[in-house]
Design a protein around this ligand. Structure first.
Ligand SMILES: [Zn+2]
Length: 466
């Protein structure tokens, strides 16, 4: 049964692979066209949003909570951010287009191959060659973005009073990010290529196992080893807030192991809170900025919302969606892995697609370019799903009798973050993983309660759902 299924999938893949490996298909032109179309679509969406910043009054749900001064500030900050995004989008498009147009992918491949020859490393070591190739490509495509990142922090955020970072800290952050990408990214890429090389035609399930174990290990490594490189996490001191959060966790059966405050204010005055960890041992992290700007009950209400995400197993569901997306991507890749037309249209020798040792990295990179336009659809679908989860988490907090505290906390967050009061619906669907504040306030107001969610005084009941 399993064998016949495997051979059926194999023959479908071979059949499709033959269709898409056609010298008449110019993949390079196709990719160029689709990136221009995608950029045009994104410019259109940003242009739709711009008139929202010209409105003179806040939306009805906010009019009693936002002063004229805050409203004007939020409008001007959002307008600057959107203009910045527009220019950056066009810049990135020209950069990406130039890289494809002038044959940088094949050019850098030849350049790194010659470099290896010079220092006496055989070009048959395709994984070493691939790592070198990716490093040069990544560096040369990300360095032009550094002035943009500098401008974003030290001009845009600075102008609106959010920036707390210094040039020294910014340089250190940038260097640390590059170093981490090399230390973590390159070995993962090498493993990824090795698994495909080793497993041959049936690489998809093996690669899934490899990538899922990497994701799980990163979940453990990130908070312990990576996060401390950028931020300081300290236990939340004893006091009213700690007691109330522990009480809430106990009431819901949330396996709270550590409760931290993070020095988010080191870089920016934007606020937040989140939780992470393994199913039986969770950590809650609260931004110092959130604690500073809110009352104890408001912070607890925000955590009530966060624990709603936990109660409904939202992180697990999102992880599952990510894995399904990954499985689909890899399966489609197995259709393109030996595609000679793809290699040759980007200026590579087509025999690289079929003769061992095959540089799979090239195929995967080019395949991703072909697949890129589907990202826009994935983004729409994922945002629709995360918005549904946000409403559910808000409802959970309402069930905990925290409606008014959550509402006032959200309004304060909205004000301190100077979020945009008005939003175009299409812009919002494409760019926002969360519903807008007026949408959330209205939804909480009209929420009538859920019989399945009888939380009050039920102690450990929350545990059952996970
Ligand atoms: Zn949320």
């Amino acid at each position: 049964m399993t064998n016949s299924l495997v051979s059926a999938v194999d023959s479908v893949i071979t059949y499709l692979a033959n269709i898409v490996d056609n010298p008449k298909i110019n993949y390079k032109e196709l990719v160029v066209l689709s990136t221009w179309l995608q950029t045009a679509f994104e410019v259109y969406i940003l242009r739709r949003q711009l008139p929202c910043y010209e409105r003179s009054l806040p939306p009805p749900a906010l009019k009693d909570h936002v002063s004229k001064e805050t409203f004007t500030k939020a409008q001007s900050y959002s307008k600057d951010k959107t203009r910045y995004s527009l220019l950056k989008l066009v810049f990135d498009q020209f950069l990406g287009w130039g890289i494809i147009k002038f044959g940088a992918y094949a050019g850098v491949w030849n350049f790194t191959g010659n470099l290896m020859n010079k220092i006496g490393i055989s070009q048959s070591r395709v994984i070493t060659h691939s790592l070198l190739w990716m490093s040069v490509l990544t560096l040369s495509s990300s360095i032009p973005g550094l002035p943009w990142s500098y401008y974003h922090t030290f001009v845009l955020e600075q102008k609106h009073g959010f920036n707390k970072s210094t040039v020294k800290l910014w340089i250190a952050d940038t260097l640390k990010t590059y170093a981490l990408a090399a230390v973590i990214g390159l070995p993962i890429l090498a493993g990824f290529l090795k698994v495909i090389e080793w497993a041959g035609k049936s690489f998809v399930p093996w690669l899934m196992v490899f990538l899922i174990s990497i994701q799980l290990s990163l979940q453990i490594i990130y908070p312990t080893f990576i996060q401390p490189l950028f931020n300081k996490l300290e236990p939340l001191p004893q006091g009213e807030l700690r007691t109330k959060v522990e009480e809430l966790a106990g009431q819901l059966g949330f396996p709270l192991k550590h409760l931290y405050v993070i020095d988010g204010s080191k870089r920016s005055s934007h606020s937040n809170a989140y939780f992470y960890g393994l199913p039986w041992s969770k950590h809650i992290v609260i931004y110092d900025t959130l604690i500073k700007d809110s009352t104890v009950d408001e912070v607890v209400a925000v955590l009530g919302h966060e624990l709603g995400h936990w109660y409904h197993a939202h992180p697990t569901k999102l992880l599952l969606v990510t894995e399904i997306h990954l499985l689909l991507t890899l399966t489609i890749f197995s259709i393109f892995i030996n595609n000679k037309s793809l290699y040759s249209s980007f200026g590579f020798d087509p025999s690289l697609a079929t003769t061992a040792p095959q540089p799979i990295c090239i195929g995967f990179m080019l395949f991703q370019l072909v697949l890129e336009p589907t990202d826009a659809f994935v983004k729409f679908l994922l945002n629709a799903e995360t918005r549904r989860m946000e409403y559910q988490a808000d409802e959970f907090a309402v069930e905990l009798d925290k409606k008014s505290d959550l509402a006032s906390a959200l309004i304060k967050l909205h004000i301190t973050n100077l979020s945009s009061p008005h939003n175009d619906w299409l812009y919002s669907m494409y760019h926002h993983s969360h519903p807008t504040l007026p949408e959330r306030l209205n939804a909480m107001e009209s929420y009538k309660g859920d019989d399945k969610l009888k939380l009050k005084g039920k102690g450990q009941e929350g545990k059952k759902d996970l």
